[in-house]
Write a protein that binds this ligand. Sequence first.
Ligand SMILES: NC(=O)c1ccc[n+]([C@@H]2O[C@H](COP(=O)([O-])OP(=O)(O)OC[C@H]3O[C@@H](n4cnc5c(N)ncnc54)[C@H](OP(=O)(O)O)[C@@H]3O)[C@@H](O)[C@H]2O)c1
Length: 219
Amino acid sequence: MGSVEKVLLFGSTGRIGAGLLRRLVKEFQVSVFVRTPSKVPESMKDKVKIIQGDVFNEEQVEQAMEGHDAAVFAIGQHRVLGGGSIATDATKLVLAAMKKQNVSKLIVINIPHAYQRGTFNHTMLKSITSIGDHGRQMEVLKAEKDIAWVALATPWVKYVDTVNPTYMVELGKDPGVNAVTSGELADFMVKILKNEDEYKKYNQGLVGISSKPKTGWFS
Ligand SMILES: NC(=O)c1ccc[n+]([C@@H]2O[C@H](COP(=O)([O-])OP(=O)(O)OC[C@H]3O[C@@H](n4cnc5c(N)ncnc54)[C@H](OP(=O)(O)O)[C@@H]3O)[C@@H](O)[C@H]2O)c1
């Protein structure tokens, strides 16, 4: 592993990725890998290196990866009800590019432990087919021994930069209420990317994260 200065962010034009970008640019030299450069907010254009590409173009991903210390992956599908396997397939390509370019750290947005195990009992949740995609994405990561990956077991995200200083993080478990802010996701990423010992604690794990303690499924 090693210290992190340069971060390559995938999915920065998405709902979660936009919040990650706003925080990551304050802490690291950030490159964004985007299909449409015009979607990068004006306020960010002089703060990031914009790399145009499609995550399913192997060559573009490999070239983009060069020179970075870590990658953050927040690519997915626009509607939670959409099927497909974008997270899984793109994760495979990103991991392959990382190995070729000797980039050792990867943080990905995944889904809560409860969804993975199918232990929820709610019709709406059962209809969210991207759950299957993230389950398969997790299998790809678990089989990966050479990269120091961390998967965030992300519940419903509130797209705000607010960070509750007592937000909770727990390795291998969903720690609290079924919601987190983009700011808190970004804050945790910064903490572990800046501290090697912290990163090692969560290395190759699915990490639960939540704004506050649990009082019920949707509270
Ligand atoms: N939102 C939540 O509450 C939540 C909770 C748990 C987990 N997640 C997971 O987190 C991930 C991101 O969610 P989100 O809500 O932020 O999704 P989103 O708003 O739909 O953003 C998706 C991002 O992926 C990018 N993308 C899609 N296909 C691409 C491709 N072929 N090449 C390059 N970039 C591509 C999109 O770029 P364009 O702008 O070019 O389309 C966009 O930046 C998803 O995997 C989702 O399942 C979300």
